[in-house]
Design a protein around this ligand. Structure first.
Ligand SMILES: C[S@@+](CC[C@H](N)C(=O)[O-])C[C@H]1O[C@@H](n2cnc3c(N)ncnc32)[C@H](O)[C@@H]1O
Length: 321
């Protein structure tokens, strides 16, 4: 029954995020009537959300008082860099799209215009800002592992950089670094604004265009980023992109891939296995790819050293040199 009604979780979480419930709880509103007053919602609605959130393990109840669990405090309170509340609101808005899944499964791909590949798709304007929170911990881990802060005058290419979150974090960590992002024009405009808010826009450049058809240059970058892109592309396009990225990197340069990657026998992990349905729904050739796929595609593209680094998020980092 819990699985059959799994959409209750998306609904309750999305509604709680819409009314900033986690933020109000963190600020001390710890009963339904206080939350109702603070959030401008009905007391009946507040109590119903609290009941649901207790069931979901996001809120704890002690002696008649509610408070965020550690996870909700870390990932759902507004203003924190890794806050996923905007993402929760977005997924609630997307929920209706899933009704098409039986037909999508029959057809083997999208049955509406809502594919992720379309140029200047307004879909991305909402997604990239919401998804940035997910990339914050991963971009930080990658920077630590690659010792970017001490790397001096490096140049970075971020393909499909979205919100510019990798550039923002990496340029903040390394004051001598420069970064270039390739994405659709309207998305780059969002990235420029967000990167400027962090005070590093003077070292951030954007190229507007389709990454399939835009050249990346030759031996121009020390690091390249391809984060949450491989899953929307099929094998041939990923190999073509990795080949262009290899050429764009200087000798000894590193390609950083971040994505939901499945085990070679497709037995796990759970999140990437579920995410494949999202790509069936929204992309013509996307999916969740196995470690063996990345290894084979990167080798074919000319990379010699490929390593995988799990992260505390559902995504895995891949470093290719
Ligand atoms: C899922 S978001 C990932 C954003 C960012 N890399 C991150 O990990 O947070 C995918 C990004 O790729 C961009 N994108 C998708 N297809 C593209 C294409 N053909 N050419 C250029 N950008 C594209 C989208 O606009 C969006 O910014």
């Amino acid at each position: 029954m819990r699985l059959v009604n799994g959409y209750w979780a998306t609904g309750i979480l999305g509604a709680a995020a819409s009314h900033s419930l986690f933020t109000h709880l963190e600020a001390g509103a710890d009963t339904a009537d206080r939350l109702a007053a603070r959030g401008g919602i009905s007391e009946r609605g507040a109590q119903t959300l609290l009941d649901g959130l207790v069931s979901l393990g996001l809120v704890e109840l002690r002696d008649g008082r509610y408070r965020n669990t550690a996870e909700a405090a870390a990932f759902l309170v507004e203003g924190k860099p890794a806050c996923l509340s905007d993402f929760a609101k977005l997924k609630l808005a997307h929920m209706g799209d899933l009704a098409a899944l039986p037909e999508v499964v029959r057809a083997g791909g999208p049955v509406t215009d809502a594919t992720v590949e379309v140029a200047d798709n307004p879909h991305w304007e909402k997604v990239v800002q919401a998804i940035a929170a997910q990339s914050v911990p991963v971009a930080t881990i990658a920077a630590d592992l690659l010792r970017l802060a001490e790397a001096g005058e490096i140049s970075i290419l971020d393909v499909g950089g979205g919100s510019g979150i990798y550039s923002a974090i990496w340029l903040e960590l390394n004051p001598a670094a420069r970064s270039t992002q390739l994405d659709w024009g309207p998305i780059n405009a969002i990235a420029r604004r967000l990167v400027a808010e962090r005070g590093v826009a003077d070292r951030f450049t954007c190229i507007d265009g389709d990454f399939h058809t835009t050249g990346f240059g030759t031996a121009a970058y020390d690091f390249a980023v391809y984060s949450h892109i491989a899953h929307q592309e099929g094998a041939a396009d990923n190999i073509a992109m990795f080949t262009k990225l290899r050429d764009a990197l200087r000798p000894g340069g590193t390609l950083v891939i971040n994505d939901y990657i499945v085990d070679d026998d497709r037995s796990g992990p759970p999140f990437p296995l579920l995410f494949a349905s999202e790509m069936l729904l929204k992309s013509k050739q996307g999916g969740t790819w196995r470690r063996a796929d990345y290894h084979a595609w990167l080798t074919k593209a000319g990379f010699e050293d490929v390593s995988f680094q799990p992260t505390p998020s559902p995504a895995t980092l891949v470093f290719a040199r």
